[in-house]
Design a protein around this ligand. Structure first.
Ligand code: ATR
Length: 274
């Protein structure tokens, strides 16, 4: 029987993950299938159990189930534990007692910034805008790349402060502030808010951008355009979240199959397709 994988969410029809994993499987010669699985809002666990019983070997988890997946995983990787959310499950057994949860979003972001965009995070000033689930999921990986400082700004200050408190022991200086507190001249600015969902520009003032800064929105497609236009207008290098999406998928593929796909041709193909 072919090993089955899926992206589970609600909604899930928009997900590009099946295309990405199909390309990875072809490229690496791995025999597997990857589908979209719509889980009813009140039946996430039942949907996963049925999938595992029918040959499912693992899944990616998207909105709004990343916290449910965290709760469901019997074992968790350190980075999933730190972020408080799971975007990848591996079913080593059919029952939930044998499921391991990982979070590949942060590694995906860091790999995209460092390998694809060619920007080193080591020793630079990083501004993380937002303190919701998306920001929490990537902060640990950003810290592991050893920037000089990470400032987290958010509309709601106490959420930024909570993130700083949770990650304070990891050895990189962290500060929290409101959106208007954002410091000037940051080398790398990451938008992890959902403001781009409304087609808005940037939640922070352009003075945050150092000359030639990289300004990355974790979204891609039309949702990211307002932020990307803002970045380009103010002399920064704009970058959307497509590279991060493909890099987090590659981490998940490796977590399941032990084989690391080459992301460059997949990023090129997806860019052309969009
Ligand atoms: P996600 O999983 O996408 O991170 P989330 O946990 O709901 O979703 O977090 C959404 C993020 O976008 C938060 O940082 C939120 O700010 P608050 O914590 O103050 O709610 C931010 N956000 C959403 N709408 C916003 C807006 N109109 N202006 C500024 N920030 C906004």
């Amino acid at each position: 029987m072919t090993d089955r994988y899926a992206v589970v969410g609600n909604p899930v029809a928009h997900s590009r993950s099946p295309d990405i994993h199909a390309m990875f499987a072809e490229q690496t010669g791995q025999r597997l299938s990857y589908e979209r699985l719509l889980a009813p809002l009140d039946a996430f666990e039942a949907t996963l159990r049925a999938f595992a019983a029918a040959g499912g070997r693992g899944c990616n988890i998207t909105v709004p189930f990343k916290f449910d997946a965290f709760a469901l995983a019997a074992k968790r990787t350190e980075r999933a534990q730190l972020g408080g959310a799971v975007n990848t499950l591996r079913f080593d057994e059919t029952s939930a007692g044998g499921w391991t949860g990982d979070n590949t979003d942060g590694a995906g972001l860091v790999n995209d910034i460092q390998r694809n965009a060619g920007r080193s995070l080591a020793g630079v000033q990083v501004l993380l805008v937002g303190a919701g689930g998306a920001a929490a999921g990537v902060l640990g990986s950003l810290i592991a790349a050893a920037p000089a400082r990470i400032t987290i700004v958010n509309r709601t200050l106490d959420k930024a402060q909570a993130l700083v408190a949770n990650h304070a022991h990891l050895g990189v200086p962290l500060s929290a502030g409101t959106l208007t507190d954002a410091p000037a001249a940051q080398d790398i600015v990451v938008n992890a808010t959902s403001t781009s969902l409304a087609g808005a520009g940037s939640p922070v003032d352009a003075r945050v951008l150092a000359r030639g800064a990289l300004a990355l929105d974790m979204m891609y497609g039309p949702k990211a355009q307002g932020f990307l236009d803002w970045a380009a207008t103010h002399g920064a290098e704009p970058r959307d979240g497509l590279g991060m999406l493909i890099e987090q998928a590659a981490e998940a593929f490796f977590f399941w199959r032990g084989v690391r796909p080459d992301t460059a041709p997949v990023l090129k193909a997806m860019r052309t397709a969009l």
